[in-house]
Design a protein around this ligand. Sequence first.
Ligand code: ZN
Length: 169
Amino acid sequence: MQMESNLQIEKKSDKYWMWQALMLAQQAADNNEVPVGAVVVRNNEIIGRGRNQAIGACDPTAHAEIQALRDAANNINNYRLNGSTLYVTLEPCGMCAGAMIHSRIQRVVYGASEPKAGAVISQMQQFDQPYLNHQVAHAGGVCAAECSQIISHFFARRRQEKLEKRTQS
Ligand code: ZN
């Protein structure tokens, strides 16, 4: 009995997985990309990782979520990701929400909301359309402060750098 409970793997929390996504967002920031990170989790394990790299990859679709979905599908050799949860630091845009529906992901958890372009609750409710035959469960606000801070720090730093350049010349 004792042995059995010791062998049980503790189910990790949404916060735990969001921190993994945040670390990928930091990698994006280090590469001068808008810091958004995402992981795909299934059976308590990461099967896909992504970070925003639209500029570096010269690819307008290279958002963190798309990268994570591609990585997961590659890793499990299946384009359907049923039973998986995608964690992303920022509320997904319309393109990424659409890709998640195509991937048959079960659940999406995001950190900060994106009032300008968010497609989960802010500007659209893309997952809640009655015509869809695949339902995606969604939740927001996990580690929201950290997730929005990493973005505001990034833009503040960029403004500062521009200002310094201007005053130097
Ligand atoms: Zn997107």
